[in-house]
Design a protein around this ligand. Structure first.
Ligand code: GLC
Ligand code: GLC
Length: 641
């Protein structure tokens, strides 16, 4: 069968039947234009997934009508934004981009209060704000909002839909792009779809993966990981209301959606476009690796998961092209890369860089970081990494075991060491972290803790040791310098900008005590901010040091669009890379990952071309670098050509 022909035929039929009455004449033209451009791809992606479904065409037709309706509802300013972004598709690669992720309530109580804090964000230089899930969700434990009961309703503890609309507008006026979570792998068990499924409505039972007994789940289970083994073993939960086993990759109240059902795809496209029409410019694709299940596989990173995400992206290109996707694939580095494409996710978290930054702080050896980045940092020039050091989640020790092997490192043993190191069980460690999701069967775990605590500030303050405090601050600034300069959008995690240490109060809260990730979900109080403004205390040194790095980044286009080259060095305590842009500007970044001074030749860094170089972090003039460059403990240098 000729797929192109079928696609064309379907498109013609669909267009004839489309109800375009809600669009103006000009909008009809725009819509048709985009449909012509993107339909063939959308068709072939969906055909690949749903062609077996006898009523595939019905769902396709429905989907396109849904796109029309959502486009009709898109505000004029957002349609204008669509054009601006289409004319400047690489806007997210700009050197002025700076991200921050925060919880509405921890950052500012509620949405209205957050609006009042926009000046704080502006002062830092934030241009991209990721608000953790703010939708209606179950009371008590809702996995920090990642169990959504209604995508269209703001959680009442955070405010109202009108408050969110007002905030969106205010952010847009200040040039801050809003990023929202697209939690599309699962809904909460209180979502109306789940409630209907519990009540035996077969239409909605088909939205989830439900089983009468454990026979099929057990077959799947043979190849599945466990994500939260500390709260529940396996990937299925018994629902007494539904009288069924339900697929629940995460908590038992997070029901995985069944994307083998085209009705689910269409319904979620509608929810997605609702979020797009709120005015967000980025959607964070939560847990995207898990959306397609295939018996006999790990049910992660399946080819059809990619097809689905690309199909979602096609829908955006037609109805709301200002919005980009950010991949949250916390999986093997080779698999992370597969989600990154202009037609899939334009942005992606960089979990490998994150994990290996922590690894290098622990080992004082940048070998694994260097080799891994040489292999995995390059991505399409149309896309961008979102580089981060901490986030609301745990740290899993992701790296490629073969690369580790090359470095003489045994992956499994090394992960054990890193867990020991960062949970303070390793003699001489500077870190104060908490073990998370310990698997009683195999002892695996992951690590939680705030950036400052993991970098040694908590311990140093407790011991009241000036030298250790100095080292901790050095580490905090060093790791931030990397995400600010290596290429991509740097994403700060709220609280880290003033070096907040662990908050153990979750241990007293029955809805949180089983989830150690709360240790790094810390309220940013006015007192803490005031404290950070007092000269010479450690938080102030973190805040001012970071602000300086941010301000320098904003001033030089070499931090924006360009290419990164990792520089392998014989001195493995040092990590270095070059950044080059089309204007011929070059930046060489050098980081000393140890508490001892290091020295390195200028030739090894490529600084021996006879030109003048200026270290942007020292207040000196451009000069010919000395033959040997001395780098102080945890010092960073940014040489600009
Ligand atoms: C993502 C979120 C995490 C959540 C999980 C399930 O990994 O970052 O916080 O627990 O998805 O939604
Ligand atoms: C994500 C990640 C996993 C992470 C979890 C929640 O699904 O794959 O590594 O730990 O969510 O924290």
């Amino acid at each position: 069968m000729d797929l192109n022909l079928e696609s064309q035929r379907s498109l013609e039929r669909i267009i004839t039947d489309l109800d375009l009455t809600k669009l103006s004449a000009a909008e009809r033209e725009v819509f048709k234009q985009r449909l012509l451009e993107h339909f063939p791809r959308l068709f072939s992606l969906l055909f690949d997934i749903y062609a077996q479904q006898y009523d595939f065409y019905y769902y396709l037709q429905n989907l396109i009508q849904g796109l029309v309706n959502n486009y009709a509802q898109r505000a004029e300013v957002l349609k204008a934004k669509d054009n601006t972004r289409l004319n400047d598709p690489h806007w997210y690669q700009h050197e002025k981009m700076l991200g921050m992720a925060c919880y509405v309530d921890l950052f500012a109580d509620d949405l209205l209060a957050l609006k009042e804090k926009i000046p704080y964000l502006k002062k830092l230089g934030v241009t991209y704000l990721h608000l953790m899930p703010l939708y209606e969700s179950p009371e008590g434990d809702s996995d920090g909002g990642y169990a959504v009961s209604n995508y269209r309703k703001v959680n009442k503890t955070l405010g109202t839909n009108a408050d969110l609309a007002a905030l969106c507008k205010a952010l847009a006026n200040e040039g801050i792009s809003l990023v929202l979570d697209f939690v599309f792998n699962h809904t909460s068990d209180e979502h109306p779809w789940a409630e209907a499924a519990k009540a035996g409505d077969t239409e909605f039972m088909g939205y989830y993966h439900m089983f009468d007994d454990k026979r099929i789940p057990e077959q799947y289970e043979q190849n599945l990981r466990e994500i939260f083994p500390q709260v529940r073993r396996g990937n299925f939960s018994w629902s007494p209301e539904a009288n069924k086993w339900v697929w629940t990759t995460f908590n038992n109240f997070q029901w995985d959606l069944n994307y083998a059902n085209p009705a689910v795809f269409n319904a979620i496209v509608d929810e997605m476009l609702y979020l797009a029409n709120l005015g967000c410019e980025g959607l964070r694709l939560d847990a995207l690796a898990f959306i397609w299940k295939e018996m006999g596989t790990s049910c992660e990173n399946q080819q059809k998961a990619h097809s689905l995400i690309q199909a979602f992206n096609c829908c955006l290109q037609i109805a709301a092209p200002a919005v980009v996707f950010k991949s949250e694939a916390i999986v093997h580095p080779d698999e992370v890369l597969k989600y990154i494409d202009k037609q899939e996710c334009q942005l992606s978290y960089n979990p490998l860089l994150m994990a290996l930054i922590w690894n290098t702080l622990a080992t004082r050896d940048a070998g694994l970081l260097t080799e891994s980045m040489i292999k995995s940092f390059p991505i399409s020039p149309d896309c961008a990494w979102v580089n981060y050091v901490r986030c609301h989640d745990d740290i899993g020790w992701t790296f490629d075991d073969d690369v580790a092997q090359n470095q003489g490192v045994n992956g499994q043993d090394h992960r054990y060491f890193l867990n020991q190191f960062y949970t303070g069980r390793f003699e001489g460690s500077f870190a104060t972290g908490v073990a998370f999701a310990e698997n009683p069967s195999n002892g695996d775990c992951r690590v939680c803790g705030s950036l400052a605590s993991l970098a040694g500030l908590e311990q140093a303050l407790e011991l009241n040791d000036k030298q250790l405090v100095k080292h901790a601050i050095g580490r905090i600034l060093l790791v931030h310098s990397i995400i600010l300069s290596i290429g991509g959008i740097p994403l700060l995690y709220s609280g880290d900008e003033i070096g907040l240490t662990n908050d153990y109060s979750y241990q007293q809260d029955s809805t949180k005590e089983h989830d150690a990730r709360w240790v790094q979900r810390i309220a940013l109080s006015d007192e803490a901010i005031a404290q950070s403004r007092l000269a010479n205390n450690p938080q102030n040194k973190v805040a001012t040091g970071l602000q300086k790095l941010i301000d320098i980044r904003r001033q030089h286009s070499v931090f924006g669009q360009g290419q990164t080259h990792i520089l392998p060095l014989s001195n493995q305590a040092v990590f270095a890379y070059a950044r080059r842009n089309q204007k011929g500007q070059e930046l060489i970044a050098v980081c000393n990952f140890s508490e001892h001074p290091q020295s390195i030749t200028r030739a090894a860094l490529g600084l021996d071309n006879g030109g003048l170089w200026q270290d942007l972090l020292q207040d000196n003039r451009p000069e010919t670098p000395p033959e040997r460059i001395e780098i102080l403990p945890y010092q960073v240098m940014w040489f600009l050509s």
